[in-house]
Design a protein around this ligand. Structure first.
Ligand code: SF4
Ligand code: SF4
Length: 472
């Protein structure tokens, strides 16, 4: 398997054996704003995600919240579907499909997920935007941090942290709104009428968001995220990566306008360091592919802007592949990519079929284990059962119960059973049969439960009817 070598950025003194601290002191990153196509794409994907996150919990469906993970009731509503803990298998499938999607996208286009969709970075960009809005652009922020505390600094820092806290708390409330009905939660938050669990979770998520997106930022990606560590093993020489064109860019250096820089032995990189200043993880892409790079494309925007202004061709930093950089052909179709794609399509089809063909009813039949059978006063043989019926549909249901598989079997009790939407009903029944119909002790029965309003909602379960051993 061909893998792209990740740049060795070990400090020289470490290579020479000189003792070095294992603690890498963090350098504060003042991220400069970069304008360009990739910023637009990032803003668009972030906006879509944020709008979905903040609004989905407000949508109504069939008179209730469209997306609600109701933990106390153990029911998970997603539009017209209600999932129960028994459907946990579907969740496992979904997670496997998402994992394969991530593998496929990573092999094809590198860390697209990190740069454009990862919540850690979506919120980090939001916080950076709030920082810029309250403290100014990169240079102003650097000056502000170096300046002594005065009225201007106190006001700007207060405004920034207030805005950060506001975003963090609204994010926490929006998140909790997927677990506790949002239309009741928001008035409760505004009137400070929360229960202990809601207070704890809103507080915890607010602090986590504030700390992650405001303070920790790239540290989460570099030190905590497992994907950052293993994604490079999925790369091959045809994976799209963001790379600096060393052949074209080197030797880097400043130059005066109008001079023949090529004759001076210089390449296209004017060493302005704009690509470094816009990088949210603080790396220099000119050092080669590094695992810290979240593939956000900010350095492409920054460099393209410089290239345009200096009159050079754009694309000194660009999306490319290792093969392309080495002057070889890039292969779109690779066995690994085709393998991931095939697995992804098959699993997605099977998952969709399972969801589509899922019957929104569950039936468990428990035989009375206390006694195998009883002899009723009329001489019939009687067995008792407890039916556990879960109505997983989106409306109240009336079911018709019928028993098949044994001639002469009689149901004692009402065969019409009403179960409310989302309810789990225990329904005891008794079955009787004249012993003349029994030619063996252990008989198989079919319990059929069918909705009176929708005959597609039908479930059939087998169980046993026990009688005395027939006399020979
Ligand atoms: S190196 Fe470029 S693509 Fe990678 S994180 Fe930094 S700015 Fe984003
Ligand atoms: S932005 Fe472009 S020109 Fe400027 S230092 Fe980076 S690679 Fe060189």
């Amino acid at each position: 398997m061909n893998q792209i070598p990740v740049q060795d950025v070990t400090p020289d003194k470490k290579k020479s054996g000189e003792s070095t601290s294992l603690y890498a002191e963090r350098e504060h990153i003042y991220v400069k704003d970069a304008r360009g196509i990739f910023k637009k794409l990032r803003s668009l994907s972030s906006a879509i995600m944020l709008i979905m996150f903040y609004t989905f919990s407000w949508l109504q469906w069939n008179g209730r919240q469209a997306v609600l993970f109701d933990l106390p009731e153990r029911q998970f509503h997603v539009f017209s579907y209600t999932f129960w803990p028994q459907d946990f298998m579907l969740l496992s499938w979904l997670l496997i499909i998402l994992a394969f999607t991530l593998f496929f996208v990573t092999v094809f286009a590198g860390r697209l997920w990190c740069g454009y969709s990862c919540p850690q970075f979506v919120w980090t960009w939001l916080f950076i935007y709030a920082e810029k809005w309250t403290e100014g652009d990169r240079n102003k922020r650097i000056r502000l941090d170096k300046s002594p505390w005065n009225k201007n600094k106190i006001l700007r820092k207060t405004a920034k942290h207030t805005l950060w806290l506001f975003i963090a708390i609204t994010s926490a409330v929006a998140f909790m709104g997927y677990f506790s009905p949002i239309r009741e939660l928001v008035p409760d938050v505004l009137s400070w009428n929360l229960g202990p669990w809601e207070t704890w979770w809103i507080g915890f998520i607010s602090v986590a968001t504030y700390a992650n997106a405001g303070w920790l930022r790239e540290q989460v990606c570099i030190y905590m995220c497992p994907y950052a560590r293993f994604q490079s093993v999925m790369f091959d020489q045809d994976t799209l990566i963001i790379s600096y064109d060393e052949v074209r860019g080197e030797n880097r250096g400043k130059r005066k306008k109008g001079l023949d820089y090529k004759a001076m032995g210089l390449g296209d990189c004017i060493d302005c360091k704009n690509c470094v200043h816009v990088c949210p993880v603080g790396i220099d892409i000119r050092d080669g592919l590094q695992y810290e790079c979240v593939a956000c494309g900010a350095c492409i925007d920054a460099c393209d802007d410089i290239m345009e202004r200096t009159g050079y061709e754009k694309g000194l930093i660009r999306y490319t592949t290792e093969h392309s950089l080495n002057g070889k052909k890039t292969h779109l179709m690779r066995p690994r990519l085709i393998g991931y794609f095939t697995a992804l399509v098959l699993m997605s089809l099977a998952f969709m079929y399972t969801i589509y063909s899922r019957i929104p009813i569950e039936l468990d039949i428990l035989r009375d284990r206390g006694q195998l059978f009883v002899e009723a006063s009329n001489g019939n043989i009687e067995n008792s059962y407890m039916l556990k019926i879960a109505n997983k549909s989106q409306k109240d249901q009336v079911y018709q119960l019928s028993i098949e598989g044994l001639d002469g079997i009689t149901l004692i009790g009402n065969p019409v059973i009403k179960v409310e939407m989302g309810a789990l009903e225990d329904y005891p029944i008794r079955l009787q049969i004249d012993p003349r119909y029994l030619d063996k002790a252990n008989n198989t029965l079919e319990f059929k439960l069918q909705s009176k309003s929708d005959e597609n909602i039908t479930i059939i379960q087998d169980n046993r009817f026990i009688g005395p051993a027939p006399r020979r």
